[in-house]
Design a protein around this ligand. Sequence first.
Ligand code: UDP
Ligand code: MG
Length: 340
Amino acid sequence: MSEASSTTTLSVVVPMYNEEEALPALVERLRPALDGTGVSYEVVAVDDGSADRTAELLEEFRQTWPELRIVKLRGNSGHQAALTAGLHSSKGAYVASIDADLQDPPEKIPEMLDLAVAEGLDIVYGVRSDRSTDTGFKRRTAGLYYWLMRRIVGKQVPSQAGDFRLLSREAVEALKALPDQHQVYRLLVPWLGFPSGEVTYHRDERVAGETKYPLSKMIRLAVDSITNFSAAPLRLATWLGVFSFFSCFVLMAVTFVIWLVGHTVPGWTSLFVAMLFLGGVQLICVGLLGEYIGRIYTAVQRRPTFFIGYDSDASPAKGPEAKGSGAKGSGAKGRENAGV
Ligand code: UDP
Ligand code: MG
């Protein structure tokens, strides 16, 4: 556990992708909330390859807000990879992460910090007390997701905790040391098993702009979550295979009896049913194998999941906590400093 003291520093990681509309409102609320803590802090704004005016606006805000640090990724790498870039770049004794769209209230960060320091916790989760502002579809899919994850990963996964949380430096270093490629932090963090606490909050509506999580990204996150923590789908493929194998015997026996009784019919229906069933099972199994083989492939390649193109904190990296932080410059140097 990190020692709490008057020199406690806080990093706040904010991944953002095309958030030009939400950014002014975020700065307006985040800055007073952090200034009020009385601790030294940095805000690590991770620009996840935005194509709008996000980068420009960040530079503007930085003119009057020196604590704002800009880490710009070379391309859109996804929310979790942007979080990884932020964690690797952060220097604080505590690191909070928050979305840019003000669905998570920045005013809760000081509360999280106080709780962590007072009770000696390494993790403080922001837990949504209600999701009434989310759509019915999002609520139902989220409910199913957390139910499944608690079964797969374990009961320590808090239901209704997203990526709004506070971590101690020790927990951050433990996460950075993991060799995972497709990180899903809402599962990895509880899996670490550090002492943890919770702060509940009301989940607001996105302050401006559109969601940056279309259905395709939600499905990717769900697939990453399952395959990162469980080989059960592979076993499901085996069971489906066994089931179809025995049902074929049953089908053969039934057909034989029908033939004995003398009511043989041309058999098109049963033939097609069997063909479709087996074809379906085989494709499911091949697809499942493909998911895991894809993961083995990317793990063997060990390619970084993000490239930092620019870090506004131009000072040379100091001390071990700055290891892996953003690459300054471009080309080969950027690659050397790329995170995993
Ligand atoms: N985000 C990102 N990269 C992406 C998609 C999203 O950095 O490829 C950021 C986004 O800007 C926001 C956070 O991740 O700060 C959560 O996204 P969003 O609020 O759109 O998701 P939702 O709340 O709708 O699930
Ligand atoms: Mg959001």
